[in-house]
Design a protein. Structure first.
Length: 134
């Protein structure tokens, strides 16, 4: 049972964006499972792994989305790009020493950040791209 799943309301109607969003939901699930897994005493390597995966995937996805917004001359392109840049900056701030010192707190914070992003950004901002494309 996945904690995070792409429900119908999250779909933008733009296939490649929706497919890439599914991957972001999968990464959020990985963070959730790491948080609740009591059988891994030291989660440091896993946490840093998921942070790096998130960093790489977000850059890849945002580049795609921005290219598309630019191509359809999306009016809210600039404000949308600013949100993307803020996301990358936030993920870049995860310091390995801080993560190592308090793994549970780092996972909780990352999960909260991702949850807010998935709801606020995809549901409110990315859906607008789909509406513009229709």
């Amino acid at each position: 049972m996945a904690m995070y799943e792409m429900k119908p309301e999250y779909y933008t109607g733009i296939d490649f964006i929706d497919e890439e969003h599914k991957k972001l939901f999968e990464i959020a699930n990985t963070v959730y499972y790491l948080l609740i897994d009591e059988f891994i005493p030291d989660k440091y390597d896993y946490i840093m792994g998921v942070i790096n995966e998130l960093k790489d995937y977000a850059k890849y996805h945002f580049a795609h989305e921005e290219e598309y917004m630019s191509a359809i001359k999306f009016k809210r392109f600039f404000t949308h790009k600013v949100e993307h840049d803020d996301f990358i900056e936030k993920v870049n701030q995860y310091d390995s020493n801080i993560v190592d010192e308090n793994q549970k707190e780092a996972l909780l914070e990352l999960l909260e950040f991702l949850t807010n992003w998935l709801v606020e950004h995809i549901l409110k901002q990315d859906k607008l791209i789909g509406e513009k494309a229709e």
